[in-house]
Design a protein around this ligand. Sequence first.
Ligand code: GDP
Length: 378
Amino acid sequence: MSKKDKLPEWAPQNGGEGFACRVMEGVEGGHDGIAFYAGTKSSPVSANYERPSLSVDDYVDGTLRGDIAMLGRTITLVESNSHAHMELAQEVLGRLLPGTGNSMRIGITGVPGGGKSTFIEALGRHIIKQGHKVAVLAVDPSSSITGGSILGDKTRMEQLSRDINCFIRPSPTGGTLGGVTRKSRETILVCEAAGYDVILIETVGVGQSEITVRSMVDFFLLLMVAGAGDELQGIKRGITELADALLINKADGDNKTFAKVARNEYERALQYIQPATKGRQTHAYTCSAVTGEGIDKIWSVIEDFRKKTTESGVFESRRRSQTWDWVHAMLNEHLRTLFLKNPGVVDVLPEIEKAVTNGTMPPTAAVNKLISMFEGKK
Ligand code: GDP
């Protein structure tokens, strides 16, 4: 049954010609939900209400102008999984690349309820007062599985989201963690090209996500609360080792004393841990995202970190190796996909899996067999 068959009797049955209100056919695929501006050169109003497709120039010029709607559309383009969009996105990114890299990229992790969004709101507003433009992004490993998003709730960071010098983008959804990583990294570049000079990337403190975010930021902050116990906070030694600063949040009211005690304990423990950044001893601090106490201090720590690591060359060399690691990570993912889609491999995979799990074929022989199928040998 076509959509027209479902039209009520009173509705024009001729597709709406000559009638002000007509039923629009649905649009295939996703959309970014951002209305185009009527009457601008890049977004002309179309007589038949079709969304105009944009040229590479439109995306590039709009982003470089810092036009929020265009920035949103460029990010939607780089987040798209469609092959045609990906090609266009790469052309746009190539053109934006000279305007990227001039930001401080800061990763923020911690367990849910630790105060990440309250902290980002307080820090973001403080940074904007210093004359910066802030973009807030999220890497949410659960979003690739459940479609949920840690930044999906618009009521989080309410005041910050209203500031014209702040841009907040929820976590990209869909696809693998590798796909989410690509989208987040490319989104960082797009935001930088649009003039955002501080990028805050939030992630929840579980599983693989800290390592992913660590690999795309200059400074990594671990937000904790006192008294919850390390076990409860899911804080493993490995995660502490990734951090450039530990920040005990909620240091206010009755909790202030506990927070200070916790800070001293972490400070002692940090003496025995390899610093995350060469030549920089990691320290523990306290703050209250609610009262704002300690927010200026952590920002000055981050600024000092940038200054010193730039002088020592560590900042630049980390950026370079992160970019090259990214190439490797993407290559791995692409090769894996190619391999698993290869018809020869697809043919024999079930029987090889059976043989290996039955114990009749050794894993090494299985791999050799699969590789030779991939190479087209029998
Ligand atoms: P997230 O899940 O890590 O993003 O945590 P939220 O920012 O949503 O905060 C969780 C709860 O902790 C909320 O009720 C906040 O109001 C509260 N909270 C956050 N930061 C502070 C703080 O510095 N002091 C106090 N007392 N409460 C805080």
